[in-house]
Design a protein around this ligand. Structure first.
Ligand code: PLP
Length: 409
């Protein structure tokens, strides 16, 4: 499978030279940061044309991450709607470290290494990106520094322990709400202290150019594999593809294989939290407004004064007030539909997939599963012969204690 040529990606997910997707995206205006970003961008374009780099990345994807991840036909889940649409899962939960984030972390550390950097630095919310980056950094022998809000540190114990064991330097951030947004600011601040020896390694398709493009490229392997696998499995394309959207990296990864296929309906699922009318959600594309957030232009959830609003989701990995510029563009183009799932539907889907198929999904991924179940029900028997492919972005081990407590099991 050749999934490496960036020019094979659909045009509508490629930014222009200034890093804009339509009006969204762009670069930082901080002079030092802007210069560093230009260096990273040049190095990125150079390595993805370098056969040694590509071979090394492919070798690690196969023998370390365990790619390709399979597509699984979830028959029991599909049978909940008799004679209805068939649901398939792209099993990113089976990757080493249990989620899709390792795909771009491998790319980012290889790039940092190639640039002669000594250290990678990043933010993390639930700790998923921190663990994936600490893993990849250990693999290639780079130092790793992760900034994490004190509230998240208290909440996400297993991931904090993993990062420590993997040898990463964890920096607690107590400013503001002590969560992801503050961790991003803190990590950028630390990066500015020594850009010479460090590389910032963002955890999704967000932030200033070139990160949205770079992370999307590293994740596009998911859609490239999925398209070929689905053809082999069924002889055709899925009718619908579905993924949850936090920053949007697992979603654009899967979508990249299908954006140019007009027959495929594409759906991104955002967290409706406690309900869209409660103010406790993270439905950025559904209810946000365009504005500047942390070095790029995107839809984000804002207070009256234009500052980023407090957000909520049962899945900490989706708990971010902004979203990747590529999704903002795809929303405006009308190519991708952005829907939502509430905390309650998500918990239901988490339990349903666990009990029907023996697969415990991440709460993030459960948003996409919830939508697929709802969609199959909606279609009813008119869905017969149709297929829905869901990106199962991660496994739910990290969420089991929370769910047990929440449901009183
Ligand atoms: C981090 C995470 C997400 C959300 O990030 P995206 O960039 O939107 O993909 C989704 N699922 C899992 C399992 C995650 O760890």
């Amino acid at each position: 499978m050749n999934c490496v040529n960036i020019n094979d990606l659909p045009k509508m997910m490629r930014p222009n030279e200034q890093g804009f997707y339509g009006v969204y995206g762009g670069s930082v205006d901080h002079p030092v940061l802007a210069a560093e970003m230009e260096k990273i961008k040049a190095a990125f374009y150079s390595i993805i044309g370098d056969i040694d780099f590509i071979n090394e990345m492919q070798r690690l994807q196969e023998t370390y991450v365990g790619r390709p991840s399979p597509i699984y036909h979830a028959k029991n889940l599909s049978n909940l709607t008799p004679n209805g649409a068939q649901i398939y899962l792209k099993r990113e939960d089976l990757n080493h470290t249990g989620a899709h984030k390792i795909n771009h972390c491998i790319g980012e550390v290889l790039l940092a290494k190639k640039m002669g950097k000594k250290k990678v630095i990043a933010e993390t919310g639930a700790g998923q990106h921190g663990v994936a980056l600490a893993t990849a950094a250990a693999l290639v022998g780079l130092e790793c520094e992760i900034h994490m809000g004190v509230v998240d540190i208290a909440k996400e114990h297993p991931n904090v322990s993993r990062m420590k064991i993997l040898g990463c330097n964890l920096v607690p951030v107590s400013e503001g709400a002590g969560t992801l947004k503050e961790a991003v600011d803190s990590a950028f601040g630390a990066y500015l202290q020594d850009p010479e020896n460090t590389m910032f390694a963002i955890g999704s398709v967000v932030g200033p150019s070139p990160f949205p493009e770079m992370v999307a490229y590293f994740q596009s392997i998911v859609g490239c594999e999925a398209r070929a696998q689905f053809k082999t499995l069924t002889g055709g394309l899925p009718n619908e593809v579905v993924a949850c959207v936090g920053g949007g990296s697992n979603a654009i990864g899967l979508f990249s294989g299908f954006l140019d296929e007009a027959s495929v309906r594409i759906v991104g699922v955002e967290p409706a939290g406690e309900g869209l009318d409660t103010g406790h959600h993270a439905a950025t594309l559904t209810l946000g407004k365009p504005g500047h957030l942390q070095g790029f232009y995107c839809y984000f959830l804002q207070n009256e004064d234009g500052s980023p609003a407090a957000v909520h989701s049962i899945a900490s990995g989706l708990d971010y007030p902004g979203v990747g510029p590529v999704h903002c563009h795809l929303k405006d183009l009308g190519r991708v539909h952005y829907e939502t799932a509430t905390d309650e539907e998500t918990l239901d889907a988490f339990m349903t997939l666990s009990r029907e198929e023996g697969i415990i999904p991440a709460l993030e991924s459960s948003h996409a599963v919830a939508y697929a179940i709802r969609r199959a029900r909606e279609l009813g028997t008119s869905g017969q012969g149709q297929s829905i492919l869901v990106n199962l972005s991660g496994r739910g081990d990290k969420d089991i204690d929370f769910v047990i407590e929440k449901l009183g099991l």
